[in-house]
Design a protein around this ligand. Sequence first.
Ligand code: EPZ
Length: 421
Amino acid sequence: MDKIIVNGPCKLKGEVTISGAKNAAVAILPATLLVEGKCHLENVPNISDIRAFIKILESLGSKIEYISEHEMIIDNSNIHTTTAPYDLTSKFRASYYLLGALLGKYGTAQISLPGGCNIGARPIDQHIKAFECLGSHIEVKRGNVYADAKKLKASSIFFDVVTVGATINAILAATLAEGTTTIENCAKEPHVVDVANFLNSVGAKIKGAGTDVIKVTGVERLTQTSSYAVIPDQIEAGTFMVAAAATQGDVLIKNCIPKHMEPITAKLVEAGAIVEEFEDSIHISMTKQPKPINVKTMPYPGFPTDMQPQIAVFLTKAKGSSLIVESIWESRFQYTSELVKMGANISYHDRTAMITGVDELYGSPVKSYDLRAGAAMIIAGLIAHGKTEIYEIQHIERGYENIVSKFKALGADIEYGSIEE
Ligand code: EPZ
């Protein structure tokens, strides 16, 4: 399908069930390379980034047996190469986890420089620093990254910036290394904790995940004794929360972890939404125009950068002016030009955007600049008058499972369409 068509406005109403977390699953899949024998995973989202990762694992020699759409057994007993195919790894960012996992298990890895959403420079210097601290030789040459180590040895790693990817990669590489590695200035995102929980469930010794300092004591081997379920997706849940509030709807978000949602919940409540938290669900409703709020994206437990475009759409109809400061990715306001086409009043300079609420947005053809900006365009279509056509939806499909049918079940007038030649 080529585009998503939304006819707005609507008020979302009903229940939605959140899928497994993309950013946890894209790290846990490569983490299975460290494990002897088979790994049984549940709650794996059926999204294009995961399907691509599975193709990469198969190209290395993994055998994948699907038990159901979200449950699989991965057998990595016959890995025959540590070189991942260029065409697959160059397309998405999370392929960098193959470096930590393959290096940790086999002492060598080769991948292309990782691709991914166009939201900023996306360097990998901190990943390289972590691997070098553990005794690996790294070479970046003609678009490829080569990693080699005779034996990885525990070390102290201090990150210059808080980085999710490098924190997880350091954990992956240190899990089978000799001795205890201390990793400081770590990312604390729920997916970092989930990867550590998965590895601990198969015999790793990782302490402190979810805090600034993680200690990894190397073990000789990892084996799985019972299946592991990936956590629910914090950003998918947040996207539906914001969509519910933006449409002045009333939605129960099922299969989420309310604790993970707190930075998003706090901002929505500040803007006037009513949020009730249950054990594994959140009820959100809103009956009035949002109050303007200021938002600054920060590493967890701050407000997530991956929710920045969605909250921006919500604020396009606030009663006054809001400021958004993007402190993680330097190019994450490109999508605002699409909202301006729809009648929004947004200007930005450098890393700060000012959004002044307008009475109405109007449907228009818009494009998805990246995964989260694409989801934000759907929310914009839901609150706008008339028809919004969203192009370049391959970005959205990377990270949201059944997004069209989930919104449709909440009462949205939304469907896929084809682009006529
Ligand atoms: C992860 O990207 C997520 N992707 C991103 O989600 C998310 O936006 C980001 O974390 C921040 O939360 C995955 O988990 C696959 P970082 P990652 O390393 O790991 C700088 C989405 O929409 N940095 O935490 O690539 C970097 O430039 C995606 O699902 C270095 O300077 O992000 C950035 O400013 C988009 N050197 C900051 O750190 C490095 O070696 C945080 O990046 C690495 C990062």
